[in-house]
Design a protein around this ligand. Structure first.
Ligand code: CIR
Length: 259
């Protein structure tokens, strides 16, 4: 629980940003570009938000950034650790204007705010928090200065840089289950930095959002992972996010959970 938020009643907050009108023009680096159905994307986003609410999260909307096609991928604009919100400096220049609205949202929550400055770049999708350890992907979006700045701001926490190849972000390749076990695609990461990595049955099974102590959110594109995790005793909620996957997005990037 985030003690900074207890007095404001804003614990268990999920920040989301609605898809904007230019979504279909979002950046594509790894997927094969295909048309995006904006109406379907809006319905999928509503279902995603409903899944967060059903799991007990208080959903708050980050102000729109309608000129920014990728703004719905709000995870990339901020990293929250305890009562500190680190506003990122996204590696893709066209995404930098997204951060202003996120700043307003985290200030409204009463979080302390810090920033990543040039020449540093950092995408929230490259930051995986698992217990006391913060894994930070070194990718085309997150550079050495960005990693160092985050490590400095997070002070006492163990920050582990991880080389990532073949996918967009660290959290495209690996996330953590509720018990802290890492799950992912070994071929895309330097596994020496990721002890006990469990192999995901399919690539999109590497992307897990922890909704509660025994509850996870997965994309519909990861049916085998859903089956395996349910057999482990986890409650699994599944959402179809096909229109976001078409833009290299995944379940983690559509929200920022502030426990
Ligand atoms: C981008 O290329 O920046 C967006 N189209 C996708 C961002 C996905 N973000 C994430 O996985 N954290």
């Amino acid at each position: 629980m985030n003690t900074a938020l207890v007095n404001t009643g804003l614990v268990n907050t999920a920040l989301v940003r609605e898809p904007g009108p230019l979504l279909a023009e979002g950046t594509v680096t790894h997927a094969e570009r295909r048309p995006v159905d904006l109406d379907l994307a809006r319905r999928q986003h509503e279902a995603y938000v409903a899944a967060l609410r059903a799991a007990g999260w208080n959903v708050r909307a980050v102000p729109p950034a309608d000129d920014c096609p990728d703004a719905v991928f709000v995870e990339d604009t901020v990293v929250v650790g305890g009562d500190l919100a680190v506003l990122t400096r996204p590696g893709a220049e066209r995404r930098r204007a997204e951060v202003a609205g996120t700043e307003r949202a985290v200030r409204d929550l009463g979080l302390r705010v810090a920033t990543v400055e040039a020449p540093g770049t950092l995408d929230g999708g490259d930051v995986l928090q698992a217990g006391d350890t913060v894994y930070v992907g070194r990718t085309a979006r997150t550079n050495e200065e960005g990693v160092c700045r985050l490590a400095h701001l997070l002070g006492g926490r163990r920050v582990v840089p991880v080389e990532v190849t073949g996918c967009l972000h660290l959290k495209t390749a690996v996330t953590a289950l509720p018990d802290g076990t890492l799950i992912g695609v070994p071929e895309w990461v330097d596994t020496a930095a990721l002890p006990g990595l469990r192999v995901a049955p399919e690539p999109s099974g590497a992307r897990v959002v922890v909704l509660g102590p025994d509850h996870v959110l997965l994309a519909a594109s990861a049916p085998r992972t859903a089956e395996v995790l349910a057999a482990d005793g986890l409650r699994v909620t599944v959402v179809d996010i096909s229109e976001y996957e078409a833009l290299d997005g995944c379940v983690t990037c559509l929200s920022v959970l502030v426990p």
